[in-house]
Design a protein around this ligand. Structure first.
Ligand code: NI
Length: 165
């Protein structure tokens, strides 16, 4: 297990367009393992390679957060999206903050898995949100560009969630 340093907003790696992966090297396989370890360690639901300083089109996602459903997506592309959801979103590269973002409620993604086999992933709700968020990282975009009404701290978010429940 190896943890990588997570780059935060302001780091130029987070604004770059990442390059496609044509074949998976041993270094890429280690990168993927490290990205999963780093995501779980930070209690995230997704992590994109540029967040650890590698400008390749690789993301990992696990909305279960406990290692049950790890998804490794190489060269992911959104094939279709529909519906709409508005909710609070955060990013490991923007620590301690959240913001309201509207996303599709259903997406179908085409990608390659860790064996470079083509796969389709369909997601609704949190998985749809996470897929859109992570794929945008590969084109140098952060969710903060889409936030409605500004960023709030996680303490403020907790207060809002308690009021709603
Ligand atoms: Ni993010």
């Amino acid at each position: 297990m190896a943890l990588r340093n997570i780059r935060t907003m302001g780091d130029p790696c987070l604004t770059k367009i990442c390059r496609e992966v044509t074949s998976l090297t041993d270094r890429d396989r280690i990168l993927i393992e490290d990205m999963l370890d780093t995501m779980y360690d930070a209690s995230g639901v997704g992590l994109a390679a540029p967040q650890v300083g590698i400008l390749k089109r690789i993301v990992v996602v696990d909305v279960s957060m406990d290692g049950d459903q790890p998804l490794v997506l190489i060269n992911p592309e959104i094939l279709s999206k529909d519906g709409e959801q508005t909710g609070y979103e955060g990013c490991l590269s923007v620590p301690g903050k959240s913001g309201l973002v509207t996303r599709p409620d259903h997406v179908v993604v085409k990608a390659y898995n860790e064996n470079m086999q083509e796969i389709r992933v369909e997601g609704t709700e949190l998985l749809a949100r996470a897929l859109c968020h992570e794929i945008e990282h590969l084109d140098g975009h952060l969710y903060v560009e889409r936030v409605e009404g500004g960023l709030i701290t996680n303490e403020e978010l907790e207060r809002i969630m308690n009021e709603e429940s």
